[in-house]
Ligand binder design. Structure first.
Ligand SMILES: *Cc1c(COP(=O)(O)O)cnc(C)c1O
Length: 392
């Protein structure tokens, strides 16, 4: 038997005839950009998350970049974030010209250590950018407390966490802005790249919408006025060929939106299945030397990935590869130690928790379409590999 880390062919099979119909309807409509499916998906996402505004964009990286720009963050500003995440979180901070300030993660949840954020706040700090890593929400209450004390914005990188809850609130719906990705492997995904920004601020939503569409038209004029870079002069023309901000071409395609609407309807069922599989793994792997993923009682993770820790990682990965079970390492290099971040001057030893996790963590297959017998087989193979004696 061979098992991938995630099986997108099975995900498509689960879409059924509803998706076929929706995609065909888009093709036949001749309307491929900013049509009724994008508008409907924005409403449905906002309802799902319990926020008032959602703005669809081209991908999760753009969502983060546009969210930071909507807050007016740029050159000379600092944004506090985590060193242990996908590179795009930091890339967005760098893309707007701001400086990422890294705070090491907690050894139990792997998320930004909320108790160490305050000591890194300076007069240039503008925002905190936590990531809900692997689908486990960061400690938002404590982050909000620090943000409130210093007047900082909170932007959530919820790209891995759609469907997760923090004390009854949806991940991504708790900050000034929340950012999502619909990349094919994410918990809610399209057939390519896609993303979404959500917020309860009408003003921020308008700026995001303007930035995503070349800063033109009525949204562009009002957004520029909101950012203080243009007079709110109602006499200025508001057709789409008058540009008030230099933004981006960052839109979600109608085809993707149509597919996402079908998949959003089963997201809660998918998340429930992920939780059941995670619970099975955790039960089956208890009593092995593996460090199991944390699941504190006040958090309901979305289980984007099921990540274990071992000091014998390479040996265990080799064993699982022999069995035909795919694995992944998230993430092999902490962001500040990436070559692209060399100019920031971090050195090995600066982020001891993130660095240890980079050497010890690995993910095993967890996706909603796994069968019970596959789940049992994976758990059994991982358990045997973890308990195996060192050779020689
Ligand atoms: C996937 C991901 C992103 C970027 O999303 P894209 O749609 O690939 O641009 C950002 N942050 C995190 C934590 C992610 O997992």
């Amino acid at each position: 038997m061979k098992l991938p880390l995630i099986d997108l062919v099975r995900r498509h099979a689960a879409d059924g005839p509803d998706a076929e119909r929706a995609l065909r309807a888009v093709m036949e409509s001749g309307r491929y950009i900013l049509g009724e499916n994008v508008a409907a998906l924005e409403r449905e996402m906002a309802d799902y998350l319990g926020v008032s505004h959602a703005v669809a964009v081209a991908n999760g990286t753009d969502a983060l970049t546009i969210a930071l720009r909507a807050l007016g963050i740029g050159g000379g500003d600092e944004v506090i974030t985590t060193p242990y995440t996908f590179f795009a979180t930091t890339e967005a901070i760098l893309a707007v010209g701001a400086k990422p300030v890294f705070v090491d993660v907690r050894p139990d949840t792997y998320n930004l250590d909320e108790n160490r954020v305050e000591e890194r706040v300076t007069s240039r700090t503008r925002a905190i950018l936590p990531v809900h890593l692997f689908g486990l929400p960061a400690e938002m209450d404590l982050l909000h407390r620090v943000a409130g004390r210093y007047g900082l914005a909170v932007v959530e990188d919820a790209c891995q966490a759609i469907g997760a809850d923090y004390e009854g609130n949806r991940a991504g719906a708790m900050g000034d802005l929340g950012c999502f990705s619909f990349f094919p492997t994410k918990n809610l995904s399209c057939a390519g790249d896609g993303g979404m920004i959500v917020t309860n601020s009408e003003r921020l939503a308008r700026i995001c919408r303007a930035l995503a569409t070349h800063g033109s038209g009525e949204n562009g004029r009002l957004a520029a006025a909101g950012l203080g870079s243009a007079p709110p002069d109602g006499a200025l023309p508001t057709d789409k060929y008058h540009h008030y901000l230099a933004g981006y071409n960052s839109r979600l395609d109608e085809l993707h939106a149509a597919l996402l609407r079908v998949r959003l309807r089963r997201l809660d069922a998918d998340t429930a299945r992920r939780r059941a599989i995670a619970a099975y793994y955790t039960e089956a792997l208890r009593g092995t030397p593996l460090v199991l993923p944390a699941s504190p009682a006040h958090l309901s993770p979305a289980w984007h990935l099921y990540v274990l820790q071992s000091g014998r990682r390479e040996r265990i990965l080799a064993r699982l590869t022999e069995e035909g079970i795919a694995t992944g390492v998230y993430y092999p290099v902490p962001v500040p130690l990436q070559p692209a971040c060399a100019a920031l001057g971090a050195k090995p030893g600066d982020f001891p928790v993130a660095e240890a996790l980079s050497e010890r963590c690995f993910a095993i297959p967890l996706f909603p379409e796994l069968t019970d017998s596959e789940v049992e087989w994976v758990a059994d193979c991982v358990r045997r590999a973890a308990l195996e004696e060192e050779p020689g």
